[in-house]
Write a protein of this length. Structure first.
Length: 184
């Protein structure tokens, strides 16, 4: 019982530290400080990404994501969603694995679609942008949704600025979806 209380306190402390640090990063961005921006990190040749592997059914998704991120997961009977909020630039990456969802996941009624591509009948790529006019964000914010239809996997980036579009496109251009070795 005593060890359970210590474990719960440790978890609460870790969650507090993560939330506190991500709040500081977000405040720096809103205030215009570029000390945590992707552009600044890239200029200084710092590594800002790491390889993440997400397992689903018999497949694995290998994706390079920014190191500084907040992850939230939610699951349902037929699959799960992993949401990554990237406080460096307020972009989000969503990974969905499963069935029983309407594709595309992006609400196209509020977006301008700039491209739709089908690759080998198994992958559909949608690209576009939203024109935002709220207090925090103004201008075009881009999205890209990739549906790996054969595997029941969807990967999306949203809320990406012109400045960081090439960075996120390079991440998505290098996504690998493969059958796990033990299931071949």
């Amino acid at each position: 019982m005593k060890q359970l209380k210590i474990t719960n306190c440790s978890i609460i402390i870790v969650v507090f530290i993560v939330l506190f640090n991500s709040t500081i990063y977000s405040q720096n961005i809103v205030k215009g400080k570029d000390s945590v921006s992707i552009v600044n990190y890239t200029r200084q040749n710092k590594t800002i990404t790491e390889i993440d592997t997400i397992f689903w059914s018999n497949e694995k998704i290998i994706i390079e994501l920014p190191k500084i991120k907040i992850k939230h997961s939610s699951s349902y009977e037929e699959g799960f969603f992993d949401y990554f909020v990237l406080p460096l630039d307020s972009a989000t990456i969503t990974i969905h694995c499963g069935a029983m969802v309407n594709l595309p996941l992006t609400d196209l009624t509020t977006c301008t679609l700039t491209g739709k591509f089908i690759v080998d009948k198994d992958v559909r790529i949608l690209r576009g942008y939203s024109n935002l006019h709220n207090n925090r964000f103004k201008g075009k914010r881009y999205f890209r949704e990739e549906n790996y239809l054969k595997y029941g996997i969807t990967v999306i980036y949203e809320n990406v600025t012109d400045e960081n579009l090439n960075f996120y496109d390079s991440i998505f251009n290098n996504i690998v979806v493969q059958r796990d070795e033990k299931f071949k």
